[in-house]
Design a protein around this ligand. Sequence first.
Ligand code: ATP
Ligand code: MG
Length: 280
Amino acid sequence: MTDKFTTTQTNRLVELNAEPEVFSQEFDAPEVRNQFFKETENRLVKKNRDKLRTLLKQQHKPLSIRIEEQIKTWLTEKEGFTQVVTPTIISAEMLDKMTITKEHPLTNQVFWLDTKRCLRPMLAPNLYVVMRDLYKATREPVRIFEAGSCYRKESQGAQHMNEFTMLNLVEFAGIEEGTQMERLKQLAKAAMEAIGMETYELVIEKSEVYGETLDIVADGLELASGAYGPHFLDGRWGVFEPWVGIGFGIERITMKMGGYQTIKRVGKSIAFLDGSPLNL
Ligand code: ATP
Ligand code: MG
Protein backbone atom coordinates (compact mmCIF):
# COMPACT_ATOMS: atom_id res chain seq x y z
CA MET A 1 0.00 0.00 0.00
CA THR A 2 1.30 3.42 -0.89
CA ASP A 3 -0.13 6.76 0.22
CA LYS A 4 -0.32 10.03 -1.67
CA PHE A 5 -1.04 13.48 -0.27
CA THR A 6 -4.66 14.15 0.77
CA THR A 7 -6.62 16.74 -1.20
CA THR A 8 -6.24 19.29 1.60
CA GLN A 9 -2.50 18.70 1.70
CA THR A 10 -2.24 18.97 -2.08
CA ASN A 11 -4.20 22.24 -2.08
CA ARG A 12 -1.94 23.70 0.57
CA LEU A 13 1.16 22.62 -1.37
CA VAL A 14 -0.24 24.18 -4.56
CA GLU A 15 -0.93 27.40 -2.67
CA LEU A 16 2.64 27.45 -1.39
CA ASN A 17 3.94 26.87 -4.92
CA ALA A 18 5.61 23.53 -4.16
CA GLU A 19 8.07 22.18 -6.73
CA PRO A 20 6.49 19.75 -9.27
CA GLU A 21 8.45 16.76 -7.90
CA VAL A 22 6.85 17.17 -4.45
CA PHE A 23 3.43 16.20 -5.85
CA SER A 24 4.53 12.87 -7.25
CA GLN A 25 5.81 11.61 -3.88
CA GLU A 26 4.38 8.32 -2.56
CA PHE A 27 4.65 7.04 1.01
CA ASP A 28 4.60 3.68 2.79
CA ALA A 29 2.30 4.86 5.57
CA PRO A 30 0.09 7.88 6.41
CA GLU A 31 2.36 8.89 9.33
CA VAL A 32 5.36 9.06 7.00
CA ARG A 33 3.32 11.13 4.54
CA ASN A 34 2.05 13.50 7.22
CA GLN A 35 5.53 13.98 8.59
CA PHE A 36 6.87 14.74 5.10
CA PHE A 37 3.95 17.12 4.44
CA LYS A 38 4.63 19.02 7.68
CA GLU A 39 8.33 19.41 6.89
CA THR A 40 7.63 20.47 3.30
CA GLU A 41 4.97 22.94 4.41
CA ASN A 42 7.36 24.51 6.93
CA ARG A 43 10.11 24.75 4.34
CA LEU A 44 7.78 26.36 1.77
CA VAL A 45 6.27 28.79 4.29
CA LYS A 46 9.78 29.96 5.10
CA LYS A 47 10.68 30.23 1.42
CA ASN A 48 7.60 32.34 0.63
CA ARG A 49 8.11 34.49 3.75
CA ASP A 50 11.71 35.16 2.74
CA LYS A 51 10.57 36.07 -0.75
CA LEU A 52 8.01 38.53 0.60
CA ARG A 53 10.66 40.03 2.91
CA THR A 54 13.03 40.51 -0.03
CA LEU A 55 10.21 42.18 -1.98
CA LEU A 56 9.48 44.57 0.90
CA LYS A 57 13.09 45.36 1.73
CA GLN A 58 14.89 45.32 -1.60
CA GLN A 59 12.89 44.62 -4.72
CA HIS A 60 9.83 46.78 -4.04
CA LYS A 61 8.24 45.83 -7.38
CA PRO A 62 6.61 42.49 -8.23
CA LEU A 63 7.93 40.64 -11.27
CA SER A 64 4.82 41.52 -13.32
CA ILE A 65 5.48 45.23 -12.80
CA ARG A 66 9.15 44.86 -13.69
CA ILE A 67 8.29 43.01 -16.90
CA GLU A 68 5.73 45.63 -17.86
CA GLU A 69 8.26 48.40 -17.17
CA GLN A 70 10.95 46.66 -19.22
CA ILE A 71 8.64 46.49 -22.22
CA LYS A 72 7.60 50.13 -21.77
CA THR A 73 11.21 51.30 -21.46
CA TRP A 74 12.20 49.35 -24.56
CA LEU A 75 9.26 50.83 -26.52
CA THR A 76 9.78 54.45 -25.46
CA GLU A 77 13.58 54.54 -25.37
CA LYS A 78 14.57 52.20 -28.20
CA GLU A 79 11.62 52.09 -30.60
CA GLY A 80 10.17 55.58 -30.40
CA PHE A 81 6.72 54.55 -29.15
CA THR A 82 4.50 56.83 -27.07
CA GLN A 83 2.31 55.67 -24.20
CA VAL A 84 -1.41 56.45 -24.27
CA VAL A 85 -4.04 55.91 -21.60
CA THR A 86 -7.66 55.35 -22.57
CA PRO A 87 -10.84 54.44 -20.63
CA THR A 88 -11.55 50.91 -19.44
CA ILE A 89 -15.28 51.57 -19.93
CA ILE A 90 -16.19 51.53 -23.62
CA SER A 91 -19.43 51.90 -25.56
CA ALA A 92 -21.43 49.12 -27.17
CA GLU A 93 -20.87 50.93 -30.44
CA MET A 94 -17.08 50.61 -30.15
CA LEU A 95 -17.44 46.91 -29.48
CA ASP A 96 -19.79 46.51 -32.46
CA LYS A 97 -17.16 48.01 -34.71
CA MET A 98 -14.84 45.14 -33.75
CA THR A 99 -17.66 42.88 -35.02
CA ILE A 100 -18.09 41.45 -31.59
CA THR A 101 -21.60 40.44 -32.54
CA LYS A 102 -23.46 37.30 -31.58
CA GLU A 103 -21.27 34.90 -33.59
CA HIS A 104 -17.97 36.18 -32.21
CA PRO A 105 -16.22 34.02 -29.58
CA LEU A 106 -15.81 37.05 -27.29
CA THR A 107 -19.55 37.91 -27.24
CA ASN A 108 -20.38 35.83 -24.22
CA GLN A 109 -17.28 37.03 -22.44
CA VAL A 110 -18.15 40.71 -22.23
CA PHE A 111 -18.96 42.31 -18.86
CA TRP A 112 -21.85 44.69 -19.52
CA LEU A 113 -22.42 47.65 -17.19
CA ASP A 114 -25.75 48.52 -18.84
CA THR A 115 -27.14 48.26 -22.37
CA LYS A 116 -24.76 50.89 -23.74
CA ARG A 117 -21.47 50.36 -21.91
CA CYS A 118 -19.14 47.53 -21.04
CA LEU A 119 -15.68 46.87 -19.60
CA ARG A 120 -13.23 46.60 -22.48
CA PRO A 121 -12.28 43.02 -23.37
CA MET A 122 -9.36 44.33 -25.46
CA LEU A 123 -7.49 47.56 -26.16
CA ALA A 124 -7.90 47.50 -29.93
CA PRO A 125 -11.08 49.63 -30.28
CA ASN A 126 -9.61 52.59 -28.38
CA LEU A 127 -6.26 52.23 -30.13
CA TYR A 128 -7.90 52.25 -33.57
CA VAL A 129 -9.44 55.64 -32.80
CA VAL A 130 -6.32 57.15 -31.24
CA MET A 131 -3.98 56.00 -34.00
CA ARG A 132 -6.32 57.23 -36.73
CA ASP A 133 -6.83 60.64 -35.15
CA LEU A 134 -3.17 61.09 -34.25
CA TYR A 135 -2.29 60.38 -37.85
CA LYS A 136 -4.90 62.84 -39.11
CA ALA A 137 -3.59 65.46 -36.72
CA THR A 138 0.12 65.05 -37.42
CA ARG A 139 0.52 63.13 -40.70
CA GLU A 140 3.45 61.41 -39.02
CA PRO A 141 3.87 57.65 -38.63
CA VAL A 142 2.13 56.70 -35.36
CA ARG A 143 3.79 54.40 -32.82
CA ILE A 144 1.74 54.10 -29.65
CA PHE A 145 1.03 51.59 -26.91
CA GLU A 146 -1.27 51.21 -23.96
CA ALA A 147 -0.94 48.98 -20.90
CA GLY A 148 -4.04 48.38 -18.84
CA SER A 149 -6.73 46.07 -17.57
CA CYS A 150 -8.97 44.11 -19.90
CA TYR A 151 -11.96 42.09 -18.76
CA ARG A 152 -13.34 38.82 -20.08
CA LYS A 153 -15.72 36.33 -18.54
CA GLU A 154 -13.58 33.22 -18.52
CA SER A 155 -14.21 29.82 -17.04
CA GLN A 156 -11.09 30.62 -14.99
CA GLY A 157 -8.55 27.78 -15.12
CA ALA A 158 -4.81 28.13 -14.70
CA GLN A 159 -4.21 30.46 -17.66
CA HIS A 160 -7.17 32.84 -17.65
CA MET A 161 -8.42 35.52 -15.31
CA ASN A 162 -11.48 37.75 -15.56
CA GLU A 163 -9.27 40.81 -15.20
CA PHE A 164 -5.83 40.84 -16.75
CA THR A 165 -3.22 43.29 -17.99
CA MET A 166 -2.69 43.71 -21.68
CA LEU A 167 0.10 45.74 -23.21
CA ASN A 168 -0.85 46.51 -26.78
CA LEU A 169 1.48 48.25 -29.22
CA VAL A 170 0.45 49.55 -32.63
CA GLU A 171 2.49 51.01 -35.42
CA PHE A 172 0.57 52.84 -38.13
CA ALA A 173 1.64 54.37 -41.44
CA GLY A 174 5.29 54.46 -42.40
CA ILE A 175 5.23 50.67 -42.92
CA GLU A 176 5.73 49.46 -46.45
CA GLU A 177 2.93 47.24 -47.76
CA GLY A 178 4.10 43.62 -47.79
CA THR A 179 6.59 44.00 -44.93
CA GLN A 180 4.09 43.80 -42.06
CA MET A 181 4.86 40.22 -41.00
CA GLU A 182 8.59 40.95 -41.01
CA ARG A 183 7.98 43.98 -38.81
CA LEU A 184 5.77 41.96 -36.46
CA LYS A 185 8.48 39.34 -36.08
CA GLN A 186 11.10 42.01 -35.46
CA LEU A 187 9.00 43.65 -32.74
CA ALA A 188 8.11 40.31 -31.15
CA LYS A 189 11.76 39.24 -30.98
CA ALA A 190 12.94 42.59 -29.66
CA ALA A 191 10.24 42.54 -26.96
CA MET A 192 11.32 39.08 -25.80
CA GLU A 193 14.93 40.24 -25.75
CA ALA A 194 13.99 43.32 -23.71
CA ILE A 195 12.56 41.13 -20.94
CA GLY A 196 15.22 38.41 -21.18
CA MET A 197 12.83 35.70 -22.38
CA GLU A 198 14.83 33.13 -24.31
CA THR A 199 12.61 30.12 -24.88
CA TYR A 200 9.64 30.96 -27.04
CA GLU A 201 8.30 30.26 -30.52
CA LEU A 202 6.71 32.51 -33.11
CA VAL A 203 3.63 30.81 -34.57
CA ILE A 204 2.12 32.18 -37.76
CA GLU A 205 -1.47 31.37 -38.62
CA LYS A 206 -3.48 32.26 -41.70
CA SER A 207 -7.20 32.95 -41.70
CA GLU A 208 -9.39 34.12 -44.59
CA VAL A 209 -11.07 36.75 -42.46
CA TYR A 210 -8.30 37.90 -40.15
CA GLY A 211 -5.37 37.49 -42.53
CA GLU A 212 -2.06 36.39 -41.04
CA THR A 213 -1.55 36.46 -37.30
CA LEU A 214 1.56 35.90 -35.22
CA ASP A 215 1.49 34.40 -31.74
CA ILE A 216 4.34 34.31 -29.25
CA VAL A 217 4.13 30.96 -27.50
CA ALA A 218 6.17 29.42 -24.67
CA ASP A 219 5.71 25.71 -23.77
CA GLY A 220 2.31 25.77 -25.47
CA LEU A 221 1.17 28.88 -23.58
CA GLU A 222 0.18 31.92 -25.65
CA LEU A 223 2.02 34.98 -24.34
CA ALA A 224 1.03 37.46 -27.03
CA SER A 225 -0.90 37.82 -30.28
CA GLY A 226 0.03 40.01 -33.21
CA ALA A 227 -1.97 41.06 -36.26
CA TYR A 228 -1.63 43.52 -39.10
CA GLY A 229 -3.55 45.54 -41.63
CA PRO A 230 -4.93 46.35 -44.13
CA HIS A 231 -7.56 44.32 -42.31
CA PHE A 232 -11.26 43.78 -43.01
CA LEU A 233 -12.20 45.93 -40.00
CA ASP A 234 -10.11 48.94 -41.01
CA GLY A 235 -12.70 50.65 -43.24
CA ARG A 236 -15.16 51.00 -40.37
CA TRP A 237 -12.57 52.87 -38.37
CA GLY A 238 -11.56 55.09 -41.27
CA VAL A 239 -8.13 53.49 -41.35
CA PHE A 240 -6.45 53.00 -44.72
CA GLU A 241 -2.72 52.67 -44.07
CA PRO A 242 -0.73 49.52 -43.29
CA TRP A 243 -0.35 48.85 -39.55
CA VAL A 244 0.97 46.19 -37.20
CA GLY A 245 -0.04 45.48 -33.60
CA ILE A 246 0.83 43.08 -30.79
CA GLY A 247 -1.05 42.47 -27.54
CA PHE A 248 1.07 41.02 -24.74
CA GLY A 249 -0.52 39.30 -21.75
CA ILE A 250 1.61 40.63 -18.89
CA GLU A 251 0.52 37.98 -16.37
CA ARG A 252 1.03 35.16 -18.91
CA ILE A 253 4.63 36.34 -19.43
CA THR A 254 5.13 36.71 -15.68
CA MET A 255 3.80 33.22 -15.08
CA LYS A 256 6.32 31.74 -17.53
CA MET A 257 9.26 33.82 -16.40
CA GLY A 258 8.55 33.28 -12.71
CA GLY A 259 8.02 29.54 -13.16
CA TYR A 260 4.45 29.55 -11.80
CA GLN A 261 1.81 26.98 -12.76
CA THR A 262 -1.23 29.21 -12.18
CA ILE A 263 -1.82 32.73 -13.41
CA LYS A 264 -3.80 34.05 -10.46
CA ARG A 265 -0.72 34.13 -8.22
CA VAL A 266 0.83 36.83 -10.40
CA GLY A 267 -2.38 38.72 -11.29
CA LYS A 268 -4.17 41.53 -9.51
CA SER A 269 -4.91 39.97 -6.14
CA ILE A 270 -5.51 40.45 -2.43
CA ALA A 271 -4.51 36.85 -1.70
CA PHE A 272 -1.14 36.75 -3.47
CA LEU A 273 1.72 39.17 -3.87
CA ASP A 274 4.49 38.61 -6.40
CA GLY A 275 3.62 34.92 -6.61
CA SER A 276 3.55 34.29 -2.85
CA PRO A 277 0.36 33.60 -0.87
CA LEU A 278 -0.32 36.06 1.95
CA ASN A 279 -1.84 33.51 4.32
CA LEU A 280 1.44 31.97 5.45
P1 ATP B 1 -6.38 32.51 -25.28
O1 ATP B 1 -6.65 31.86 -26.61
O2 ATP B 1 -5.14 32.02 -24.61
O3 ATP B 1 -7.56 32.57 -24.38
P2 ATP B 1 -6.72 34.94 -26.76
O4 ATP B 1 -6.13 34.58 -28.10
O5 ATP B 1 -8.19 34.93 -26.59
O6 ATP B 1 -6.04 34.06 -25.60
P3 ATP B 1 -5.92 37.65 -27.24
O7 ATP B 1 -7.22 38.26 -27.54
O8 ATP B 1 -5.00 37.29 -28.36
O9 ATP B 1 -6.15 36.36 -26.31
O10 ATP B 1 -5.18 38.59 -26.16
C1 ATP B 1 -3.79 38.91 -26.19
C2 ATP B 1 -3.05 38.28 -25.02
O11 ATP B 1 -3.68 38.58 -23.77
C3 ATP B 1 -3.03 36.75 -25.06
O12 ATP B 1 -1.98 36.31 -25.90
C4 ATP B 1 -2.77 36.40 -23.61
O13 ATP B 1 -1.39 36.51 -23.30
C5 ATP B 1 -3.52 37.49 -22.86
N1 ATP B 1 -4.83 37.05 -22.39
C6 ATP B 1 -5.98 36.90 -23.11
N2 ATP B 1 -7.01 36.53 -22.34
C7 ATP B 1 -6.51 36.44 -21.07
C8 ATP B 1 -7.09 36.11 -19.80
N3 ATP B 1 -8.38 35.82 -19.66
N4 ATP B 1 -6.28 36.12 -18.70
C9 ATP B 1 -4.98 36.43 -18.82
N5 ATP B 1 -4.37 36.76 -19.98
C10 ATP B 1 -5.13 36.77 -21.10
MG1 MG C 1 -4.61 35.38 -29.19
